[in-house]
Ligand binder design. Structure first.
Ligand code: 13P
Length: 253
């Protein structure tokens, strides 16, 4: 069985009602490979989730950009995994570096969130990635392994996890990782999963790349053997998102 290519569009904190309607129309008109080849999941801000879910083509799905670490209740400003499940939002992005860095989400906290979201029946795009300082210090693998370990310690079943490698220095900078740089980390992450979870988890878990992916660089990146898709920020709000989806290449597990 192959690892179906996965393309996520993280809209982050962007969009007005009119803009969101335009993006949905663009996606609905896009010509893309069948859902046997590529799984497409877009992640609008919470407030637009019901609208996007109800107007988006049925072969594309939606993700929330975060959810609360445990059962909802007296937590002002949070949105629970139960609520997402109740609205039939199938996916959630957790551990994005913007939340780790700006809001102080620790590896352990992200691990707890992933475990809780999975326990409620959500599927998770779990993000890991090193900063420029960490890369230059030669600690890339140590950093992403520690981030992945904090998840693996809390989770036994990886069926509903997609692991997103997003080097912080490549996010929103226009400075994409080279295909070789991305492949190296993806390959190491897969080896890490092999050694620390199981050979089956390593063979079947999709490891996707995020950081300045665009219509022009997506083809070569998609050809790397351990790169199973993308998590796209800026370009997911533009027509070139369709080109990125069309870069899909299924990898043999
Ligand atoms: P950019 O594609 O804008 O670099 O963002 C990547 C990202 O953070 C996706 O989650």
């Amino acid at each position: 069985m192959g690892r179906k290519f996965f393309v996520g569009g993280n809209w982050k904190c962007n969009g007005t009602l009119d803009e969101v309607k335009k993006i949905v129309n663009l996606l609905n008109d896009g010509k893309v490979p069948s859902s046997d080849v590529v799984e497409v999941v877009v992640s609008p801000p919470y407030v637009f989730l019901p609208l996007v879910k109800s107007t988006l083509r049925s072969d594309f799905h939606v993700a929330a950009q975060n959810c609360w670490v445990k059962k909802g209740g007296a937590f002002t400003g949070e949105v629970s995994a139960e609520m997402l499940k109740n609205l039939e939002v199938p996916w959630v992005i957790l551990g994005h570096s913007e939340r780790r860095a700006l809001l102080g989400e620790t590896n352990e906290f992200v691990g707890d969130k992933v475990a809780y979201a999975l326990s409620q029946g959500l599927k998770v795009i779990a993000c890991v990635g090193e900063t420029l300082e960490q890369r230059e210090a030669g600690s890339t693998m140590e950093v992403v392994a520690a981030q992945t370990k904090a998840i693996a310690e809390k989770v036994k079943d990886w069926t509903n996890i997609v692991l997103a490698y997003e080097p912080v220095w490549a996010i929103g900078t226009g400075k994409v990782a080279s295909p070789a740089q991305a492949q190296e980390v993806h390959c190491e992450l897969r080896k890490w999963l092999h050694a620390n979870t199981s050979p089956e988890v390593a063979a079947t878990t999709r490891i996707i790349y995020g950081g300045s992916v665009n219509g022009a660089n997506s083809k070569e990146l998609a050809g790397q053997p351990d790169l199973d898709g993308f998590l796209v920020g800026g370009a997911s709000l533009k027509p070139e998102f369709i080109d990125i989806i069309n870069a899909a290449v299924v990898k043999i597990a």
